[in-house]
Design a protein around this ligand. Structure first.
Ligand SMILES: N[C@@H](CCC(=O)N[C@@H](CS)C(=O)NCC(=O)O)C(=O)O
Length: 200
């Protein structure tokens, strides 16, 4: 398997999941601006959508969309406990979290990454995040992880919340988040994925 990634991007969540399940894999770094891999190949020939993550399976199929990639990886090794069993109610709860993180948190950061976004657009993005984050905080009350035990939703939430400091999103109003991020960040698989991406 090959994970196409960019350091610290949302593909880090899939990288964490790969480390958690402990299967052999390769990584291919992508320049998201030029759409070239580090070796100079055209990434859009692998993923015409032009974004990471993309997971190339040994048979040649390419799976995209982080929420699908995360569940695929979790299901490769159910014993790792990264997702409840397919078809269970808890699996839909996980999908609920993945959808929320994807469309309500991850994508709310988009204007903050965009150098041509206006200050008003950036302030709007921060305001949306300030409305969404209390939902996560409430879910973490009395729990170490979103689903109780560590799941791919935590790998994803950790990844997107890690963007906050450098994008000027103040998380100090949500004191539950610092210990949560520290807890996730202390997992050996998370440390290994971050180190492999050259993150401090
Ligand atoms: N819908 C995709 C979006 C992935 C995405 O936003 N990837 C970003 C990095 S976090 C990217 O590669 N952006 C470059 C681009 O869109 O050209 C998913 O959920 O996996």
């Amino acid at each position: 398997m090959k994970l196409y990634f960019s350091p610290g991007a949302c593909s880090l969540a899939s990288h964490i999941a790969l480390k958690e399940i402990g299967v052999p894999f390769e990584t291919v770094q992508v320049d998201l601006r030029t759409k070239k891999t580090k070796a100079g190949d055209d990434f859009t020939a692998i993923n015409p959508k032009g974004y990471v993550p993309a997971l190339e399976l040994d048979g040649g199929d390419v799976l995209t969309e982080g929420t699908a990639v995360l569940q695929y990886l979790a299901d490769l090794k159910p014993a790792a406990g990264l997702a409840p069993p397919p078809g269970s109610f808890e699996r839909y709860r996980l999908q609920e979290w993945l959808g929320f993180i994807n469309s309500e948190i991850h994508k709310s950061f988009a204007p903050l990454f965009n150098p041509s976004a206006t200050d008003a657009a950036k302030d709007g993005a921060k305001a949306v995040l300030a409305r969404r984050l209390p939902i996560v905080v409430k879910a973490l009350e009395g729990k170490d992880y979103l689903m109780g035990t560590f799941s791919v939703a935590d790998a994803y939430l950790f990844t997107v919340l890690s963007w906050a400091p450098k994008l000027g999103v103040d998380l100090s109003a949500f004191p539950t988040l610092a210990p949560y991020l520290a807890r996730v960040g202390a997992r050996p698989a998370v440390k290994a994925a971050r180190a492999a991406e050259g993150l401090g």
